[in-house]
Design a protein around this ligand. Structure first.
Ligand SMILES: *Cc1c(COP(=O)(O)O)cnc(C)c1O
Length: 224
């Protein structure tokens, strides 16, 4: 199928849940991003800072750039001037750095807190206890140049759809709970639940996702 047909199909499904589609364009050449752009896509996700910065310089200004990968603290400064949403915030230290760089460039940088929901040890993210601790930390309350927009999670890479569903359901419950508990905080405005990728976005949508990050089902398999 063509990129056009892929986007049309996924957009139709996503629209049925009033969710948003982030086109994950990592490893893909700017020509392909431009093709998607011309089809109306404005939200692109990348997982490497250097690639994100290079593509941002070459592509139109009205693109919303999503940093979806693990972000190292020493690289925050490169994306701070333009990044639309950082999906993978997984420590207080990283959040402090984002706040600092946000202050330097005079922006309030939107962030999602990444929650560890998968069985795999290797995936980054907070536990539910850790995320509550962070949101109640006095240092967090002082951060004026970040805004917590919601949560992000990645399910276990498995064929077991019940397992995947269970993990997404747990994340939705945590999202609902934290949205209420922290609604009064100045730097919290939780309305984004980023979950679902090519292999599992339909399940994610059924379980309450309102933002899916889809790469290979749009652009084809990645070759590294
Ligand atoms: C690569 C990536 C995706 C998209 O993966 P696909 O399976 O190609 O859809 C989504 N989220 C994150 C964090 C990724 O790194």
């Amino acid at each position: 199928m063509s990129i056009k047909a892929n986007i049309a199909k996924i957009n139709e499904i996503v629209a049925g849940y009033q969710a948003e589609l982030i086109a994950v364009s990592k490893t893909k050449p700017v020509e392909l991003l431009l093709e998607a752009y011309e089809l109306g896509v404005r939200d692109f996700g990348e997982n490497k800072v250097q690639e994100l910065v290079e593509k941002e310089q070459q592509l139109p200004n009205d693109i919303r750039w999503h940093m979806i990968g693990h972000l190292q603290r020493n690289k925050v400064k490169y994306v701070a001037p333009f990044v639309y949403l950082i999906h993978g915030v997984d420590s207080l230290k990283l959040l402090k750095e984002i706040d600092k760089q946000g202050q330097k460039v005079g922006r309030k940088i939107r962030c999602l807190l990444q929650i560890h929901i998968a069985e795999e040890e290797t995936k980054f993210g907070f536990s539910p206890d850790e995320v509550s601790q962070l949101l109640n930390d006095p240092a967090f309350l002082e951060m004026k140049n970040i805004e917590i927009k919601g949560l992000m999670g990645m399910a276990t890479f498995t064929e077991d759809t019940n397992q995947i569903r269970k993990e997404f359901r747990g994340l939705k419950e945590l999202f609902d709970l934290l949205s209420v508990q922290h609604a009064e905080k100045d730097n919290v405005a939780m309305n984004i639940l980023s979950m679902g990728m090519s292999g599992d976005y339909q399940i994610a949508l059924e379980e309450g996702s309102n933002m899916v990050r889809v790469g290979s089902s749009i652009f084809g398999a990645r070759s590294y």
